[in-house]
Design a protein around this ligand. Sequence first.
Ligand SMILES: Cc1cc2nc3c(=O)[nH]c(=O)nc-3n(C[C@H](O)[C@H](O)[C@H](O)COP(=O)(O)OP(=O)(O)OC[C@H]3O[C@@H](n4cnc5c(N)ncnc54)[C@H](O)[C@@H]3O)c2cc1C
Length: 308
Amino acid sequence: MIGEAVMEALRKIVPEDRIFQQESMEKHTAFRIGGPADVLIELGGVEELRDLQQYLNQEGIPYFLLGNGSNLLVGDGGIRGAVLHMGTAMSKVQVEGNRIIAQAGAFLSQVAREALEHSLTGLEFASGIPGSIGGGVVMNAGAYGGELKQVVTRVTALDEEGRLLDFPKEEMKFGYRYSILKERPLIVTEVELRLQEGDRIQIRETMDDLARRRREKQPLEYPSAGSTFKRPEGHFAGELIMKAGMRGFQVGGARVSDKHCGFVVNMGGATAQDVADVMREARRRVKEAFDVELEPEVILLGEFRQGL
Ligand SMILES: Cc1cc2nc3c(=O)[nH]c(=O)nc-3n(C[C@H](O)[C@H](O)[C@H](O)COP(=O)(O)OP(=O)(O)OC[C@H]3O[C@@H](n4cnc5c(N)ncnc54)[C@H](O)[C@@H]3O)c2cc1C
């Protein structure tokens, strides 16, 4: 699919040193798992992204927008087509009064740090979520009672035809780990947030406290993609998995964390299929024991010998 003619065309849009063929997705996912992408491109800016989108659409080459890869399980066979990585070149953060304007590649931790430096409160909950703000908007990322929808006021995104559109918060269809981006293949380029003036010391204390709680409760010492499953109505996924007797359940290198059963962790050398096998068994046992359907929060990409 990505032959020399395509590579030549890509090199006319993007400098060669930002194009990587057969790039292992292990390097780009928090799980440290995943086969090669046919081609991975480090994006340089919105205009370049628009040109790439136009070219790839015209050639019928599939593409995938990668943020920080912290919510992804990429199959062992990798990804066909192009992976467009929104990284440091698209991560500027500006603060104007109580308004923050962040390019989509900015880390949530980076935006939260800017908020702290300007004594702005409201984003403390996001300081320990290891994703980009673009990926955060897609998922309406949240923690400890906060969600991005509480502070996001506008999202700028490229639509399917390459138009740059502004979406006020009301049009984002934010819900639990849900937004309009789950329905439409939009590409977030910029996010506007509005926060409140606060007390810097208190903001820092809250962030430190949440970081401590994460370290205590979550298996941050192993690669993972965070919570494997969404929280089922009226339950906690981790608790159901634990009660179903799956603490420490392991297939190959993938294991239900002993510290927090809501996380599947990579103990070293796990394949994507190992993780999928653990997830399938967790779903089966929880369904059998409690008649609850666990819905994956982690996004599966590529092919799996046996799915969930
Ligand atoms: C240890 C750990 C703890 C975590 N804790 C939390 C938590 O407390 N709360 C929480 O909500 N999540 C948590 N997560 C999950 C993850 O960090 C979030 O879902 C995060 O928002 C994903 O952002 P990302 O940039 O890594 O997205 P990716 O994983 O790169 O992508 C996720 C999805 O977003 C899409 N996407 C990414 N950027 C864009 C963009 N600019 N435009 C359009 N689509 C885009 C991708 O195509 C993909 O569909 C955790 C993960 C880990 C590893």
